[in-house]
Write a protein that binds this ligand. Structure first.
Ligand SMILES: Cc1cc2nc3c(=O)[nH]c(=O)nc-3n(C[C@H](O)[C@H](O)[C@H](O)COP(=O)(O)OP(=O)(O)OC[C@H]3O[C@@H](n4cnc5c(N)ncnc54)[C@H](O)[C@@H]3O)c2cc1C
Length: 498
């Protein structure tokens, strides 16, 4: 039986990101993916949030995504656009880039890191015991792993077989989404009627000053609300024709679909992200409407939270209990994503009372503080893990500071490219020492003359030292002494090596 430290079920964005994180930590990981290759049929995510761009920057791969996509002020809440260009980050924008390209670039990165991806293969079962997990594949083969991570999407078999509940809310709306040809040119854009929303646009487009400019040729993307739907049956061209006639009075000569799919606003979240040696991440752990565009980014950030923890447990630096912090930190984030998405679904309804609420929310979002608050949430830049009381930076993302070290200038995120933690000593004559953790944690002594400012919060007191986790969050903030440092090193990076 072949064995690996980690088997990942599912090579979508979450599984690929997790594979990259584990490979950087030199963990032997295998990805099992049902699709025959990385090609994605159908349209899914259209972009990533500012925080996800930062996360890619922390690994030195942001430029690949920035070169392939379009930077734009695409952060929004319901129908209101929110400009984040004043947020203190190098990436004060969102990136418009289709999921097929995001997956292609992630797969290229993971391949460079020599992670094997087994396509056209499916996890069909598993059994865990005290020492590991036996994973059964569709061809009957059995693999052995120390941990199995279900990154296998909303219908996750891993979640079901692990017996993890998926409580939440059934769908209230359903939409057919398709890529088609039409003999009649449809009215581009989003149309809201009492029957719901329908929208048309060429699949290929550019963003010019934040506005969509469609190409003149190519297939047409169409979305139509279904009043009733049998969610167990795949939608057909006839369903689409019927809905177009109901919405527009004509089917616009729709023909030759490349694909037809459906999405709903079903909102569910796994009750536990860990069951022993089995973990869940991405859509396997949370599903919701695509409105608001947070799904893919949340999955990628689940992976970045989990990867280094899993690596440390496998290396036996940290006890398995470290993995419980994955649920403790990411479950509330997933719950918030569900809440903020459900609120936006509600605001998209077209009745007079909802329009009144939408108007008032729009007015509020033109005010400075509400805009900052909601934009911080929608961009993912406000994220705060609860590590207890202390400096405002504690539990928050580290800004990508300009540093001056004895070797010359550098950026903080460059020190995170290998997904290794670091202790940043800022302009101290008596730097804080790492002691027995020196082989696990990098020490960087640097001067940092820039402003210390955080999105939403604003300026913060410059700290004397910061312990930064591999996912870029501040695990300890020093005031000039090393009080609390040993506890933080032990909590996050395991007991001191003997
Ligand atoms: C119409 C639509 C629009 C969306 N728009 C946005 C958006 O604008 N922004 C955004 O952030 N998100 C959006 N999303 C959500 C986004 O697509 C998902 O959140 C994202 O794909 C989740 O990634 P994942 O890797 O967790 O899961 P998935 O992308 O679902 O990947 C799971 C993978 O696991 C594989 N798999 C499944 N079962 C098995 C098995 N048993 N064994 C092996 N492999 C298996 C599947 O083939 C798949 O490749 C949208 C989704 C839809 C449907």
């Amino acid at each position: 039986m072949t064995s690996h430290s980690v088997v990942i079920a599912g090579g979508g964005p979450t599984g690929l990101m997790l594979a990259g994180e584990l490979a950087l930590a030199r963990i032997d990981v295998l990805v099992i993916e049902r699709r025959p290759n990385q090609e994605l049929s159908g349209s899914r995510a259209l972009g990533i949030t500012a925080r996800t761009i930062e996360v890619f920057d922390q690994r030195g791969i942001a430029d690949r995504f920035l070169a392939a996509g379009q930077r734009a002020q695409v952060t929004g809440f319901a129908v209101t656009r929110l400009d984040i260009s004043d947020f203190p980050t190098r990436h004060n924008y969102g990136l418009a880039l289709r999921q097929k390209h995001i997956e292609r670039l992630l797969a290229e990165w993971v391949t460079e890191l020599r992670v094997p991806i087994r396509y056209a293969s499916e996890v069909t079962g598993f059994a865990q015991d005290d020492d590991g997990v036996s994973v059964i594949l569709s061809n009957g083969e059995q693999l052995r792993a120390q941990y199995l991570v279900g990154c296998d999407g909303g219908r996750s078999l891993v979640r079901k077989l692990a017996g993890i509940d998926f409580p939440g809310w059934d769908p209230t709306t359903s939409n057919i989404l398709a890529e088609v040809e039409m003999t009649v040119l449809p009215p581009y854009g989003v149309h809201r009627t009492s029957r719901g929303v329908h929208a048309f646009g060429r699949s290929e487009y550019e963003l010019v000053d934040g506005a969509i400019v469609y190409k003149d040729v190519g297939p047409i993307g169409v979305m139509v609300t279904e009043e009733t739907a049998d969610l167990d049956v795949e939608p057909t061209l006839d369903d689409l024709k019927r809905l177009l006639v109901a919405a527009c009075g004509t089917d616009l000569g729709v023909h030759s679909p490349t694909w037809i799919s459906r999405f709903t606003d079903m909102s569910r979240q796994a009750s536990a992200y860990r069951a022993g040696r089995v973990l869940l991440a991405g859509d396997a752990a949370h599903v919701h409407s695509p409105i608001g565009g947070l799904g893919l980014s949340t999955g990628v950030q689940d992976a970045v939270n989990l990867g280094w923890k899993l690596a440390q447990v496998i290396k036996q630096w940290s006890p398995p209990a470290l993995l419980d912090s994955y649920h403790a930190e990411r479950h509330p984030v997933g719950a918030r994503v569900l809440k903020v998405t459900m609120a936006q679904v509600a605001l998209h309804r077209e009745d007079a009372r909802t329009l009144a609420v939408r108007d008032i929310i729009g007015d509020l979002l033109r005010m400075e503080e509400p805009r900052r608050y909601i934009a911080g949430m929608m961009s993912g830049l406000d994220l705060h893990y609860d590590f207890g009381p202390g400096h405002p930076l504690l539990g928050r993302r580290m800004p990508d500071l300009d540093l001056e070290t004895s070797d010359g200038p550098s950026r903080l995120y460059a020190w995170l490219h290998q997904a290794r933690p670091l202790l940043l000593n800022i302009a101290r004559t008596q730097p804080v020492e790492l002691g027995a953790w020196a082989n696990r944690v990098q020490r960087v002594d640097a001067r940092c003359d820039g402003d210390w400012a955080l999105p939403v919060i604003g300026r913060v007191e410059p700290p004397a030292a910061v312990l930064v986790r591999p996912d870029g969050y501040a695990a300890w903030v020093g005031d000039g002494s090393d009080a609390g440092l040993l506890d933080a090193l032990t909590r996050w990076f395991g007991p001191a090596a003997p």
